[in-house]
Design a protein around this ligand. Structure first.
Ligand code: FEO
Ligand code: CA
Ligand code: CA
Length: 633
């Protein structure tokens, strides 16, 4: 079916970009942007687009989909590279070696690979200087090693671990442009072999003790660091996601217990294959090492000597991000998603109140508190805009059937096996919860449910906030806590948008909700971010084949929504094979930082340098207006 085929729109409407649904965006054909080149500093040369939407919050015209190897932006916007994979963090540091022959030790002092979630921390009283903590989620063997395949030695595993974790960098603004400050004393890597403390109820438990760490309190490394959080007391939270994929077993016949299976461990390891070369990841030798990962890790970016801390009170699962809020009576709330088909949404509420006067007083705030999991009702079943009610169920030992009779000896086990505890209380199995953000305007909470091709199978009912069978497009869930108090145990929910392809499928369910049009359609919403004015930025990690169910959607992209009117406009399209993930803003909102992860995941890209036979490099981009105005306004 053709890109713009839309059985319910007239030809005239299609010509001018008018939609039957009342939302109006780019009028240019999607092909118009497909042949633009990209540069380190690229200026948008998009065909004029038409926008006559109703939102006063969105001050730019929606752009067409694109399939070229560049950043596409609305007219009047520009982008530049802040930092790329392999850039040396220190003066005289080892340069990026595109041959793949660089060593693990060199990678440990270079910017990590596949940047994901990030937060910006302003120096007090300084407007042109800040620190950025940036996750490095994984590495792509295709580009990491000269042979382009699985690691073949302990040294190669070491190099892969050196690519992951977190990079902390200083950034400064000069002449309106933000730059990475090489050589800053704050620049550091916290990689897959760095010492990290384990704290909270599961620290020191038998299930986290290993021969290398008989106390169960010091872990080597954080890896598979997906998205992030920023606390009101000035620390960074990095979230460990697909950690089980890093483990395997040299005993091909090894059987795994129910908890290990639930977290997805298999003997062959999923694509990562560290266990044949590093016994730490061999379940036949070190089964408890698995339990030391899958946590939220807290980092003080302003203290380069500080040891990061894994906060076990927040539960262990495939963490996406950590969204901070505060209860009406001053306790910290952390909303978190577990990104796996049919897994859950959680929230943590701290036992103690946030001390806003003394940031250091909150040092151990995340070590004590209560973990909850979300249960949603079936809702009203409205096909376009379903809504309903939900509640938070406490995951505490001795409550709600979580005790020895259901397999939990103590609270540490509840946290280490949070997925199993959440199943005991019959939490709602979701369509892969990814990022969660809290609106600065009204406190409503938004969560991307990226997709779930297995919805309708495997005991996952179709309905409520997961309304589509074999859901390949995803949706964005929203909830409003009762009394507008993040401490409330109950809430109302609705679906802010149901993604779909109205160019291929007429109407719901696969054409998407009414705020999806042939001009703004996308699939697999993943990253989310609010700016200070309350614009909701939506980043995608989906199918970029531009064919079949995804025809006309082009490369992965970033859109911007007006949460009140529901209007969504496409703001940026990324290069070939990338995922758009990680978002942050300069304090004055005049620069938007966004991550381009794994350009050329399967080849076909040389972004961002476009050198002949060059390698693509994941990069953080700085996007701003040529007139120096606020991004998105
Ligand atoms: Fe790292 Fe669920 O994305
Ligand atoms: Ca993600
Ligand atoms: Ca994703």
């Amino acid at each position: 079916m053709s890109l713009l085929e839309d059985n319910q729109s007239t030809d005239l409407e299609k010509m001018v970009g008018l939609s039957r649904r009342g939302f109006i965006s780019a009028g240019a054909l999607c092909g118009a942007a497909m042949f633009m080149g990209g540069n380190l500093l690229s200026r948008s040369v998009l065909a004029a687009s038409v926008s006559a939407g109703t939102s006063k919050l969105l001050g730019f015209d929606s752009i067409p989909a694109a399939t070229n190897d560049a950043i596409s932006l609305p007219p009047g916007y520009k982008s530049s590279v802040l930092i790329s994979w392999g850039q040396p963090l220190h003066k005289d540091g080892p340069a990026f070696d595109p041959s793949g022959n660089g060593t693990a030790q060199q990678q440990e002092v270079q910017f990590g690979d596949n940047n994901d979630g990030m937060s910006l921390f302003e120096f007090p009283g300084e407007h042109d200087r800040a620190l950025m903590a940036i996750n490095n989620e994984y590495t792509n063997y295709r580009y990491l090693y000269p042979h382009g395949g699985m690691p073949q030695s302990a040294d190669e595993v070491h190099k892969a671990l050196a690519c992951e974790g977190v990079s902390v960098i200083e950034v400064q603004r000069k002449n309106g442009q933000w730059h990475f400050v090489q050589g800053s004393r704050y620049n550091r890597r916290i990689h897959g072999n760095a010492p990290i403390s384990l704290s909270g109820p599961a620290a020191g438990h038998a299930l986290v003790k290993t021969s290398a760490d008989p106390q169960g309190k010091t872990v080597l490394g954080t890896f598979q660091n997906c998205a992030n959080g920023k606390t009101p007391w000035g620390t960074y939270l990095t979230c460990e996601e697909n950690f089980t994929d890093c483990f395997g077993s040299t005993n091909a016949e090894q059987t795994f217990d129910a908890a290990q299976k639930r977290y997805g461990v298999v003997a062959t390891s999923k694509e990562i294959n560290w266990h044949p070369h590093d016994p730490r990841f061999d379940m036949a030798k070190n089964p408890n090492e698995l339990n030391r990962h899958g946590w939220v890790v807290e980092i003080d970016p302003f203290d380069p000597q500080s040891t990061p801390v894994k906060r076990t009170a927040l539960g262990r699962f495939k963490h996406e991000n950590a969204a901070l809020a505060e209860t009406a009576d001053g306790h910290a709330v952390v909303y978190m998603g577990d990104d796996e088909r049919g897994e859950f949404i959680y929230k943590f509420v701290s036992r103690d109140k946030i001390n806003h006067k003394s940031p250091k007083a909150n040092r151990d705030l995340l070590d004590h508190g209560t973990l909850y999991v979300a249960r949603f009702d079936a809702g009203d079943g409205n096909a376009d805009h379903p809504k309903g009610k939900g509640e938070w169920i406490e995951l505490s030992h001795g409550k709600n059937g979580i005790d020895a009779s259901s397999g939990f000896a103590d609270q540490a086990e509840v946290l280490i096996h949070a997925r199993l505890a959440a199943s005991v209380v019959k939490a709602t199995r979701m369509d892969r919860p990814e990022w969660i953000v809290v609106s600065p305007n009204d406190g409503q909470v938004y969560c991307t449910l990226t997709n779930n091709a297995k919805r309708g199978e495997d005991g996952q009912p179709v309905g409520g906030p997961n309304p589509r069978e074999k859901n390949v497009y995803g949706q964005i869930l929203r909830w409003r806590t009762d009394r507008d108090d993040h401490g409330a145990k109950t809430f109302s929910w609705d679906l802010f948008v149901v993604a779909g392809n109205p160019g291929v499928h007429a109407g719901s369910p696969k054409g998407g909700s009414t705020n999806i049009t042939p001009q703004n359609m996308f699939n697999s919403p993943d990253g989310l971010g609010f700016d200070k004015a309350g614009r909701l930025w939506i980043l995608t990690d989906g199918d970029s084949s531009n064919a079949g169910d995804f025809a006309g959607m082009g490369n992965n992209q970033m859109l911007c929504a007006d949460p009140v009117t529901g209007e969504i406009r496409r703001f940026m399209v990324g290069p070939i094979g990338c995922e758009v993930t990680g978002i942050s803003f300069s304090p004055d909102q005049k620069t938007l930082f966004v991550g381009i992860q794994h350009p050329g995941e399967n080849g076909g890209s040389t972004f961002p340098e476009h050198l002949p036979n060059g390698k693509p490099r994941s990069s953080v981009m700085a996007i701003s207006r040529e007139d120096g105005g606020i991004v998105g306004a």
